[in-house]
Every structure is written in structure tokens, then in C-alpha cells.
Design a protein around this ligand. Sequence first.
Ligand SMILES: C=C(O[C@@H]1C=C(C(=O)O)C=C[C@H]1O)C(=O)O
Ligand SMILES: [Mg+2]
Length: 462
Amino acid sequence: MIELKEENIEAVLQEAIDTIRPQSSRLVSITKRVEKVDTLAFYDVAKQIRNERLFWTSTAEAYTLVGAGSAIEIIARHNRFETAEQIWNNLLEDAVSNNPYDVPGTGIVAIGGAAFDPEKEKTALWANFEPIRFTVPEYLLTEHEKDYYFTMNIVVREDDHPRQLANQLRREERKLLESLPKYGEDTHIVGRHDISPNKWKQTVKLATNEIQQSHVDKIVLAREVRLKLDKEADSGNVIRKLLNTQPNSFIFSFEQGRDCFIGATPERLVKIRESSLFSTCLAGTAPRGETEEDDARISYHLFHDQKNRGEHDFVVQMMKKAIESYCTDIEIPDEPVVYPLKNLQHLYTPVTARLNEGNSILDIIKNLHPTPALGGTPREESVAFIREHELLDRGWYGAPVGWLDNRDNGEFAVAIRSGLIQGNEASLFAGCGVVKDSDPEEEFEETNIKLTPMLSVLEGEK
Ligand SMILES: C=C(O[C@@H]1C=C(C(=O)O)C=C[C@H]1O)C(=O)O
Ligand SMILES: [Mg+2]
């Protein structure tokens, strides 16, 4: 990759075009620091110029990425992680980057996600979501420690005119950066259809039988709820409400035309910064209490409950084993803590480690996904059970979503507490870890509380 230090867009484009290989194209990326921008206003106005929008925020760190349009798409079907990595590396080799800032998530950044299980038959619901897909947005806004950066990614060809391109970029930049926040209307739920609750409970029973009779220890089973809304949902407004109601979460949106996969997940899969690795084990669930006392009592119970501790421990053990092969200095506390969210609380164990050289974030995701928090343990058997018995196409639900940049930074979360919105309809998803002594009614109730965050924003609360 060529790194340029040139302020003038036209000159950067000219130089990239002058040195292009004949009959080829090349990515040019230009980053600058800008005044404070309202990230939701940027997201909102983006829909006027492109029909693809992306949003990612880590609320705990006030870190946000907002993307508009798509300069490059990385799509892979077979050997999806390796293929995506190869396309990404080839792209970077020939790209021109003009980014004077050493800030994670600026410059050439690919944002995207993957399907939970590419071997499960895909239904029409997820037609627009590939087994793996990353987008390098045409326009990217990065908020990092209260500073704002704007990146333009342009694919140039040898017969392009730098001045024309630069003029268009400046026009669209002005539009994106100078808009005022404006939100779409709230929706209300006018129809709800839980897909086959009784059959789902029978599948939980089947899973507990399987666990009791075989060497399988845990199987995560999810279900789907179909909603009808009184109007088309505005994803910017949904994001705003998730930001208001779901602290300690990763709030994400992947929108293409009428399809929008959106959610607020508390579960980090992996974060890489300067070869430090951060991950989390999150499994074991209880509701929040009505009063402080009640809440403390529930939390105490969750912490001491053998069934939940078992569910959690399978994730910790797997995580330990998985990262040992590519990390040193691994630190995992012996006991979880209780992690409170707005509608529920989880058992939570943080993981930190130092990443050995030569491992990319895509290698790690490939190794970790699915953890026993979303698949089960052992991995192959539990995923095979899900593939055979679960009554839905998970699509991107339960799978990694996030971003990586050209300086080996990146972060991925597990896409739970989420839904696929399509105009005035939506599918929400929630699952839970089934272990040997799981009770189908209780697990069903657990999925209900996990659906609450998305249900309440689609019902127009806050
Ligand atoms: C599968 C989901 O959540 C997972 C299952 C949990 C559990 O069963 O206790 C807890 C957190 C997540 O690991 C979901 O929210 O859909
Ligand atoms: Mg559970």
C-alpha cells in the first residue's frame, strides 16, 4: 500500500490515476479530521445519497463508525473467512491511502458480518445477506475520543477525471457533514406472531435428552418472532432509541435498501488494538428486579445458580482453549461477575491476552465462531443439532458483526438482541443455552426477556 501525505483531493486522485496499472482500477482513501458531527444526522442524510448505510458503535467507549455507500464489497461464499482475508489483502496491496491519523477505524475500513451457519439452507428472508460480506464505505465518519474523522474511499480508473471526481466528493461531503439531526417517526407494533412456541419447547426437550444421552453438553436454541408495524421503520430512529435505552452495548445497523439488520448486543467477540486482544464470555441470564432489593436478590441467585454457572463455564473453557494457540499473557478471572443490562443481567467474564504475530482478526473470528454462547459444546455436534432441529434461518443473527482497518485494528461483536427489519415488517431473534437440566418453560421465558430491547424500541418507547 502506498501512504501519501497530500492535502489536496485532486492531487491525490491525479497521482493515483497516473500510476494505475493499465485496464485496472484502484482504491484511493483520503482521511481528514473534521469538526464535531452528529453521527445520527450523518446516518440520516446518507440515505439521500446512497441506499447502503452502516452504523457501529461501542457505547462503553463512545466509539462510532457510520458508513454511506459502498466503494468495495468483499463477498465470499466458500472458505469464507480465508477468501475474505485474501480479497482484503489484495485490495490493500494496491490501494492508495492518505491518512495522517493513527486512529483505529479511520482510512481503509471494512465493516460487515457473516451468517451464523453457511451450511444451513438459506431462506428468502435473508436473501440479501451473504455468508460473509464486508463493505468499504464510500464515506465513513469515525468518532473516537470525542474527535471526528471523515474518510472518502473512491475507486478510480485510468480514464477518470480527478477534477470531476473531486467536485462530486466535495458536494457530497458538504451534504453529509453539514446536516442537522432529523429523525423518522416512531413505529408501533400492530401484529406479533411467535413462530411455533410449543414446537420450540419440544425442541428444547429434545436437546436436553440429547445432552443427557450423549457427550454433548450444551446446545443454544433460538426462535423467531414476526412483527407487523404500523409504518415503515426508520433505522436511524431505531438506532437512536437503542442508544437511549441500551448502555454497555454494541449498537449496529447494516442496511441495504429495505433490508436492515439491526440490534444492540452486549457481547464482544473480539477486539484487537496494537496486538492486545480483548474478548468476553457472556452466558447465564436472569431478569432485572423491580426494586433495588429485588434486583440484588436476583443477581445473587444468578451468581450462585449451578445451571447458569454451568452454561457460562462452557464458554470460558472453550475460549481459554481457543486463544491459547495464538496468544500469550492470557488473563481470565476464575469467577464471573454479574453484568447488568437494562432488561436483564448476565454472567460475564472478561478475557485479555497478547496476540502472537501473524494472526489476523479474521483468523480469530474463524476460530472463535460460534462460541458455546451461541452454538454449544462440542461445537460440531451442537451446530449439527441446530442445523437439523431449529425452526428458523438465523441468517446473520448470532454471528460476528464488526469492522477491521488497514492497520490491523478491529472489533467484532456477536449479533444477538437483534432483528431484520424489512419495511413495515420485522423478524426478531432470541436464543438461550440449553444444558442438561434446562426447563423448556423457563428457557422460553428467558428468550422473552431477550426480545424486550428490540420490542420496546419498535413499540416506540423512549
Ligand atoms: C442467544 C442469546 O444470548 C446468549 C445466551 C445466553 C444464555 O442463555 O444465558 C446469554 C447470553 C448470550 O450468550 C440471545 O440473546 O439471543
Ligand atoms: Mg441461559
